[in-house]
Design a protein around this ligand. Structure first.
Ligand SMILES: [Zn+2]
Ligand SMILES: [Zn+2]
Length: 449
């Protein structure tokens, strides 16, 4: 008889993966670091659903952006509603702001979120179709202090994780000045239209700003020569951008102006920024240590996070004015960098061998039943415990215990189970002692304090 499920169905769908303990511990560490810094700086957590109404994203991200055109997972429910797996976190946060009347809170409202997002992209190293993001939003603040705070918190998180990033900044202007630039951009690209790639020909018609998003090598020379927004900004936008840069100077945050930085969504106005790396981590040092997996990205520009100001998004979503700025960090790529560090590998190894300190051995049914309730006492006493309820021989269990490198084994057989006692065995010396269960627990508790 063949198996019921085809072999390829026993693998996760393309672009998704399982995370096992060793990888999860790195992800959790990054999320925890990000949460700690964010709450310290006054951000409050928000959780929004994994799916939203499909229309929510269409209008707000821009119908002709790559994400909305090709990358969203939309589906119809049995009831006929069109829903979409959330491709990003800013739109849901703004939706929640209006749904819960957060406008009546003291402004600005500062939110952070952490979780899975979904885009149908071609999978690459560090890029998945279900991916992990950590995001920060400051809603209801028109001053440059909003961008500055977000950039500051993001860079502190990177620093704490020991990841070297460089900050790139650009301004996209606002509805006053951007149209002039757009007109110049279109005029410039019209001259080169025949030489553009297929996607750019489409972008030219539908959404010319996206021309600067093109990754095709043949389009790079046009991007480099294209008119830059900075030459067309109005006085207000210029003053705002100058303020952002002054914040960077006073925070001693080095940055690079990148005139081709446009980000993927239509909702950005004025400031946009990205944290990029060439794959080098602090641990590898300035001169570059031994080649690590991350170094194989070979100086390629890797975006670890980014964001910007989105003053018009609330107009599109709710017909209301709400100045705001935000950023999102790509947790998967950051995790890849963090876990490629040699000392992190050692730590993961240590965790595996050091975590259980006591091995619980049971012999016979009576002991097996007792031990299940005993484990809860150990959990409450916070004593890391390993056990094997399936192995029955004493020798097999002792072998497993020494493989795990535990200091002590606890042995409960038929006799001990009936008497309410347990044997403590020192794994190094082989010395054994029989004690009442409560006493054994007390002793181990003192040992591992
Ligand atoms: Zn192109
Ligand atoms: Zn302007």
């Amino acid at each position: 008889m063949g198996s019921k499920v085809k072999r390829e169905l026993l693998k996760t769908p393309r672009g998704t993966r399982d995370l096992l303990e060793s990888e999860l511990s790195v992800v959790r560490k990054i999320q925890k670091t990000a949460q700690e810094f964010s709450s310290y700086y006054g951000f409050q957590e928000i959780q929004t659903p994994h799916f939203e109404h499909a229309e929510l994203f269409g209008a707000s991200l821009g119908e002709s952006t790559d994400v909305v055109e090709k990358q969203t997972y939309t589906f119809r429910t049995r009831g006929g509603d069109a829903l979409v797996l959330r491709p990003e976190g800013t739109v849901p946060a703004v939706r929640a702001y209006f749904e819960h009347g957060l406008g009546s809170w003291p402004q600005p409202v500062m939110l952070y979120y952490s979780g899975s997002f979904f885009r149908h992209e071609s999978p690459q190293k560090g890029r998945f179709r279900e991916f992990n993001q950590f995001g920060l939003e400051i809603l209801g603040e028109e001053l440059a202090v909003a961008e500055a705070t977000i950039i500051r918190v993001c860079s502190l998180i990177f620093k704490e994780l020991g990841i070297e990033t460089s900050l790139e900044l650009n301004t996209l202007g606002d509805k006053e000045c951007r149209p002039t630039w757009k007109k110049e951009l279109v005029a410039f690209y019209r001259k080169h239209f025949e030489k553009l790639c297929k996607d750019c020909k489409r972008r030219f018609k539908e959404n010319p700003l996206r021309l600067l998003d093109c990754k095709e090598p043949s389009c790079q020379e046009f991007k480099a020569k294209a008119p830059q927004m900075l030459e067309y900004v109005c006085e207000e936008c210029k003053a705002h951008f100058k303020e952002v840069l002054e914040f960077m100077d006073s925070l001693e945050l080095p940055y690079r102006l990148n005139p081709q930085l446009v980000r993927g969504f239509d909702y950005y106005t004025r400031t946009v920024f990205e944290f990029v790396t060439t794959g080098k981590t602090e641990a590898e040092g300035e001169t570059g240590g031994p080649a690590s997996p991350s170094a194989s990205q070979g100086g390629k520009r890797v975006e670890l996070g980014g964001g910007g100001r989105y003053d018009y998004l609330a107009q599109v979503l709710a017909g209301k004015d709400l100045a705001a700025a935000g950023a999102a960090l790509g947790i998967d790529r950051i995790a890849e960098l963090v876990s490629s560090r040699p000392e992190e590998k050692d730590r993961a190894q240590l965790l595996k061998t050091e975590r259980p300190q006591v091995f619980l051995i049971q012999l016979g049914m009576a002991a097996k039943r007792k031990i299940l309730s005993l484990m809860e006492d150990f959990r409450k006493a916070r004593i890391p415990l390993a056990q094997s309820l399936s192995k029955d021989s004493l020798r097999g269990q002792l072998r497993l215990a020494s493989k795990l490198g535990v200091e002590f084994s606890l042995i409960m057989g038929q006799k001990e189970a009936l008497e309410g006692t347990i044997i403590i065995r020192n794994m190094d010396s082989g010395m054994q002692e029989t004690l009442p269960v409560a006493k054994a627990l007390e002793r181990l508790k003192l040992k591992f304090k």
